[in-house]
Design a protein around this ligand. Sequence first.
Ligand code: MRU
Length: 349
Amino acid sequence: MKVNGKHYRTVSMEQQTIYMINQNLLPFKFEIVSLNSLQESCEAINNMIVRGAGAIGSAAGFALAQAALKASKKSYLQEIEFAKKAIENTRPTAQNLFSATNFVFKAALESPEKAYHAAQNFAQRDVDACRKIGINGNSIITSNMCIATHCNAGWLAFTDYGSALSPIYEAKNLGKKPFVYVDETRPRGQGARLTAWELQQESVPHRIIVDNAAAFFMQRGEIDMYIVGADRIAINGDTANKIGTLEKAIVAYEFGIPFYVAAPISTIDFSCKSGKEIPIEFRSEREVLYQSGFDKEGIWREILIASPNSMAINPAFDVTPAQYITGYITEYGILSAEELTDYIGLDAN
Ligand code: MRU
C-alpha cells in the first residue's frame, strides 16, 4: 500500500515485535505502533488499532507466534494454548482470525520458530490472495464504472491490497477510470475515515455518501455495481459483513444492480452451514452515542451526538443471504455460492 508514496503493510512482525498501522487515528494521524506482548497484541485487535478480516487474521497469527517465541520451555504447551484462546476471544466474527490461529497453532506445536514462519507465511498468503482478487475482480469492471462499497475492505483491512478495493486499484492502474461511492459506515465510519483516505492515497476519484443515501443513488441509476468485503462466509454463501451490508444488498437486488462479495478463501468458514450459525459481535454503545476525532488544536475529543441518558445497541455485522449476492471474487476466480465448497481445506495447508 502507498502512504504518501511510500510502501507499507498494515501489519507486520520482526523478531518478537508486531507492528500495526494505528487505524483508530486515521485519517488524522499516521502512526505505527509496536506491540511486545500477548496482552498488548490482543488489546490492539480488540480495540481496533487493527481491524478488517484479513488484517485481523495476520495480526492473530503474529500474536500467536509472538506468544510461542516468548513462552518458557517448561510451560510451552499451556502458554500457547492460553494464547490461542486469548486471541480467539478478541473478536468473534472474522473467520480469518480463526484460520490464522489454527494454522499457526499447528506449527507452534512443533517449535516457536516454525510458528513464526507459519505466521509470516499466513500474512504473505493474504497479500498474494488479495493481489489475485484484484486481477480477477478487474475483469468485471468496465471503463468509467461507478462502484459503491461499504465499510473498508481495502488494504487497511488486509495485510496489503485489500479485497473489495483491490479490483478497483487494478482497474484504475489499467486506465479504466473507476469512480467510487463510499458509504460512510456508521457507527465507526470506516468508509468515511478509512476507505476515503485509502482511495485518496491511490488517487481514485470518489465521494463519501451517508449510509442512508445509497438507495437514492441506486434508484437514480448512478451506481453500476456494489463490491463489499466479508468477515465470514458460510458454505451456502451467506455472508457476514459490516452492519448495513444486508440493506445495501437487498436494495441493489431490487434495482438489478450486481452485488459482489470480494474475499480470500480464508474467509470461508467450512464448518458453518449457513449464515444463521455465524456469531455476531455486539460492540460498546459508546460507538453509536459518541463521535471522536482531533479538534483544531490537535486535541483528541469525544463528543456526545445523541440524547443524553438514551441507551444504544450496536451489532457490528449483519448477514446477507446468498440469494442477494451475484458472485464471490476470490483468488481462484469469480465463484457462485454453489462453487464455494470446491475450495474446502485449501487455506489449511
Ligand atoms: O469491525 P471491522 O472494521 O473490523 O469490520 C470489518 C470490516 O472491515 C468489514 O466488515 C469489511 O467490509 C470486511 S473485512 C475485509
